[in-house]
Design a protein around this ligand. Structure first.
Ligand code: UTP
Length: 300
């Protein structure tokens, strides 16, 4: 089978949980450390061989398109001023990736966003990577590589990334019911349960923003009725594929591959803090500053 090198990146959501920060800018453009969130996602995909990337966008998201375009005026001005270090920060503009954009004109959920990619994707397997989630510090994760391999080795219809979450948080996520509870890195899934209660949850493995999907997902999406939040859920379409006899696998994120979700302020602040503390130039002094203010605060 040929390599899977097409990715779909949904970025159409309104980001209401991050208001007012997202009133007139996409949440995917919020900075985490030095870069906007979506640049980490594109860097990750580029490293695992993606060559064509389709953004599912919406109104108010044109800054994403501008970010990945060449800015010749800016490069020329930096070159004239001899600012080589800053020029190197724009190297991502020249990554060997071709970008495509289409709009999800009505916000009917993640599943509906993925359905907008059908005519672009055609009849081949593809990657879905949520534009608001970074995997691993500096996005160095190779999880998608493992997922592509798993898809091909097992003739799966879907492979999903999963992260272990604390038991009392399962009700915030889609949770896997593995066929056998063996704790293995790669496992077959019997079912997916959307936001279960702690008592009902079959595991603590939460869907983590990366998918490798067969094109048969489009037919399943067309059959998917609006579910949680009255939205067309991608996990519901994957359940339909399972009910039709398709094999669905999960790949567990390793310890060093934490998922940074930029969907709410709590996790956004944590992500920003971790990335800023890890910054080569400013991290050490920030660490001292944070210690200092915490000490002052705790002596009050
Ligand atoms: P979220 O549900 O976290 O994003 O979707 P949201 O709708 O922007 O969140 P809130 O509740 O309003 O704060 C996860 C990903 O799916 C995309 C989002 O852009 C995000 O990257 N998405 C979601 C779409 O592209 N279209 C949709 O209809 C819903």
């Amino acid at each position: 089978m040929s390599d899977i090198n097409i990715a779909v990146v949904p970025v159409a959501g309104m980001g209401t949980r991050l208001l007012p920060a997202t009133k007139s800018q996409p949440k995917e453009m919020l900075p985490v450390g030095r870069k906007p969130v979506v640049q980490y996602v594109v860097d990750e995909l580029s490293r695992v061989g993606v060559t064509q990337l389709l953004f599912i966008t919406g109104s108010g998201k044109t800054s994403i398109e501008n970010h990945f375009d060449l800015n010749l005026e800016l490069t020329q001005s930096l070159r004239e001023d001899g600012k080589e270090e800053l020029l190197s920060e724009l190297a991502f503009e020249r990554a060997p990736l071709q970008y495509f954009y289409t709009r999800q004109r009505r916000l009917l959920g993640l599943g509906h966003a993925v359905l907008q990619s059908e005519s672009f994707v055609g009849n081949q397997p593809f990657i879905v990577a949520l534009g608001d989630s970074i995997i691993g510090m500096h996005a160095e994760s190779k999880i998608v590589e493992k997922m592509k391999q798993c898809y091909q080795d097992n003739k799966a219809v879907a492979v999903i990334a999963f992260e272990e979450v604390p038991e009392d948080e399962v009700s915030q996520y889609g949770i896997a019911k593995p066929k056998k509870n063996t704790g293995q890195e790669i496992f077959e899934i019997e079912d997916l349960i959307e936001k279960p209660s702690v008592q009902e949850s079959p595991s603590n493995l939460a869907v983590a923003a990366r998918y490798v999907l067969s094109p048969s997902v489009f037919e399943a999406l067309r059959k998917t009725k609006p579910g949680a939040g009255d939205e067309i859920q991608l996990t519901d379409a994957i359940r339909i594929m399972m009910q039709n006899g398709g094999k669905v696998y999960g790949v567990r994120l390793s310890r060093g591959e934490k998922r940074y979700d930029i969907g709410n302020f709590g996790s956004y602040f944590r992500a920003f803090t971790e990335f800023a503390l890890a910054d080569e130039k400013f991290g050490p002094e920030l660490r001292e500053y944070v210690k200092e203010i915490i000490d002052v605060d705790s002596s009050k």
